[in-house]
Design a protein around this ligand. Sequence first.
Ligand SMILES: [Zn+2]
Length: 362
Amino acid sequence: MINRDRIVQTFLELVAIDSPSGEEDAIAAELERRFRDLGLEVAQDAAGNVLGRRDGEGEPVLLSAHMDTVEPGRGIKPTWDGPDIIRSDGTTILGADNKAGCAVILEVIQSAIEDGATTRPIEVAISRGEEVGLVGAANMDYSRVAAKVAIVIDSGGPPSSIQGQAPYHYTYDIEVHGRAAHAGLEPEKGVPAISIASEIVLGLPQGRFDSETTGNVGKIQGGLVRNAVPDHTVIQGEMRSMVEEKVETLVSKTKRHIEGVQEKHPAARIDARFHTAYPGYTLTPDDPAVKLLFPVLEELGFTPNPHPVGGGTDGNVFRGHGIASVVIGRGGYNQHTKDEYLVIPEMLECARVVEGCVRRIP
Ligand SMILES: [Zn+2]
């Protein structure tokens, strides 16, 4: 049975280990040790993600969370606010995003062992670098994941709070190569990369286009000194949409605009690279993850509440690898702020829901 004291204890112990993105070695080693103690076959992949497996019956299910946290996330001092809420002391985040997700997975396995319950084969993937662009999930060793369905425990709110729609996300890097020259002596010999880049920037998608489509120029870098025509400028930005065609239309418009600027400035060289950061998705009733999760939620008395989110999670990346994923709430609020807090009864509900999923054997 899901044990409140034990899961809270686990959560507090995990929070005591600092793990800002990029500094996950200590928490990874601790999680690896804990899963091994629970009898899982476990190891880190080349990207440092903790991947584990436990035998069971039927189709395997992947349980996933991330181990890194945002800043300020060092020396976290969890503080009780009444019997059911844990907060940070106000100087850091709490790290329920996503130590609560890790604690849920550990508790679900511990509870299965304790009850001698039959479960599906449980695969575990605890990723690194989720908060800095889903880096761990992007570089995960998927040859070690057999599951075709995943529960990603990484949303705010109660477990009925489900990410029902997530955007397609494209990023781009545009490099303008000009030619340097002395700004006072012979400026006409130069090809000014910054001003050409500024022509590009003005035509890049920025802001909100409709309720489900956005664009942003996030970074521009160029030039070396005041008195030289700049020979190099880099522009970085992104586009997102819930609808794949819409983001693809933006990408082709952007490419045409860049070609136009290139034609105007034949002496410059413009290199534009576009990347699909991750695919989006919209949950449908026949989705394998929905078919697994929704009946369990309903059995436990919850009404599934799928809602769109503007950002990606590891679930987007997993879907790109053919793993039907659903992202559920684990009781956290005000994520990525110093006001972050965890509602313990909701973390317990999340654990019961995940337990229901792994014990439902098709
Ligand atoms: Zn998270």
